[in-house]
Design a protein around this ligand. Structure first.
Ligand code: CAO
Length: 415
């Protein structure tokens, strides 16, 4: 079956996490992704957090599926010529170097346009134009600068970063959308363009509801669904809300049977208004369905802590899976806190290709997260990540280099 991005060639100049997540998605949709790395070293993640000596790390293998790897020293004059040939052949150049690195290599936007006016140049940077535009940025810096850390955690504790890589993988997702949008516009204009996704902007986009709350707070001085209400105090900025829901339906994480020994024996429970009467029945508080202090969402807001404590009495008598089964029968929205172990072993995720087992020539079998976006006409087949420079000769031949020229370039240290 054909793939959505068949025929699209991506010059993948990305490294670490944010850029590689973007180009991996494009590869899963069928683009030919040619990853350029430095000979002898490659993407730094190949050797980071290794669990097997001298074998590409899971960090690398899980971010670089379905790509080809070529080694080019882009600071070597002959290496630059190879890169120029690639720029002329590809549709998109994706990079997430530190600010200015591509320019320092000699590949400014103007130069790239001269070489290929149809080329889309897509970049992840830590910050957009402004005071921090020259800064190098990693995941947690973006979470802190994008509003996630100040709004995550509990009120009586410090800011907390999330395990979800919203700065890196989140920005990679944003960039991928920017790239396919630019490819679409190019079908009309015939021109390439620059696409920028700044990590601070990407995180802020995902924290949109917190900027909503900042303005609500400034207008009304309080937010009734926050745990600070009614007994705590609100300051000038959106406070950390613990496990409160970011939406209009109050929720909280509650203990389930076994919580004393199992750190994940918890369930997220949402007191959705339309099923309030069913919740009251399930937990044995039928009188709350009609009691004016509890019967309406507005009446419940000052009592949320007590309500969740009462619901927790019930959830503590059930495992998280038993609670799920009972609550789902009544359409009560809830979710088990699943550990990574439970997720890795979940058969339904294997069946849909969300968790995939991949075989690798030096690592052997490992698990990865497959494409979370499923297209009915462009199914994803997850292929292992490339070894360093595995496709150099193949790609060089496609560019028209003879075996003798390839060998001379290798001797000169250009590839
Ligand atoms: N041949 C020759 N040189 C190469 C090369 C190649 N194939 N590939 C990269 N290089 C060079 C670059 O040109 C750069 O050289 P200069 O510093 O002389 O210009 C150098 O390698 C290092 O690149 P870098 O500064 O991007 O790498 P770093 O490890 O110092 O910084 C990071 C890493 C992630 C902090 C930085 O790239 C960055 O801020 N990127 C933008 C934001 C981002 O994507 N962050 C998320 C990363 S995932 O957590």
């Amino acid at each position: 079956m054909s793939k959505a991005l068949d025929g699209v060639r991506i010059l993948d100049f990305t490294h670490v996490q944010s850029g590689p997540t973007c180009t991996q998605l494009l590869a899963w949709f069928g683009a030919d992704v040619i990853k350029v790395e430095r000979a002898g070293a490659g993407d730094i993640t190949r050797e980071q957090l290794r669990d097997i000596p001298d074998v590409d790390s899971l960090y690398f293998t899980m971010l670089n599926h379905n790509k080809r790897s070529v080694t080019i020293d882009t600071k070597n004059p002959e290496g630059k010529l190879v890169l120029e040939a690639l720029i002329q052949k590809c549709d998109v150049l994706v990079e997430n170097f530190a600010p200015g690195a591509l320019d320092r290599m000699g590949f400014t936007w103007e130069r790239i346009q001269e070489l290929n006016p149809r080329m889309i140049v897509a970049s992840v940077k830590g910050f957009g134009p402004g005071p921090y535009e020259d800064c190098k940025v990693y995941e947690n810096v973006a979470q802190c600068a994008g509003g996630a850390a100040s709004t995550t955690g509990f009120d009586d504790g410090p800011p907390v970063v999330s395990g979800a890589q919203i700065g890196d993988s989140g920005t990679g997702l944003h960039l991928a959308l920017g790239i396919v949008t630019a490819l679409y516009q190019r079908t009309v204009t015939g021109r390439g363009q620059r696409v920028l996704a700044a990590m601070q902007d990407g995180v802020l986009n995902l924290c949109r509801v917190k900027l909503r709350d900042q303005q609500r707070l400034e207008r009304t001085g309080t937010m009734k669904e926050y745990p600070q209400y009614p007994n705590g105090t609100f300051g000038e900025a959106v406070p950390r809300a613990g496990n409160a829901s970011g939406g209009g339906q109050p929720g909280w994480i509650l203990k389930c049977k076994g919580w004393e020994t199992d750190p994940n024996a918890y369930i997220y429970f949402i007191t959705q208004a339309p099923v309030w009467a069913k919740i009251c029945n399930v937990i044995g508080k039928e009188e709350w369905a009609t009691d004016p202090n509890y019967a309406t969402p507005a009446a419940r807001l000052p009592h949320l802590k007590d309500i969740f404590a009462e619901i927790e009495h019930w959830t503590m008598t059930k495992t998280k899976f038993e609670a799920m089964e009972i609550l789902n029968k009544y359409d009560i929205p809830c979710g088990p806190i699943l550990s990574m172990k439970e997720i890795a072993e979940e058969p339904s995720l294997r069946k849909t290709g969300t968790i995939v087992e991949v075989d690798h020539p030096t690592r052997g079998k490992y698990l990865t997260v497959g494409n979370p976006i499923k297209l009915s006409d462009s199914p994803t087949e997850v292929r292992r990540s490339p070894l360093l420079g595995e496709h150099t000769d193949e790609v060089m031949a496609e560019l028209g280099y003879s075996p003798e020229q390839i060998s001379a370039l290798r001797t000169a240290g250009a590839i």
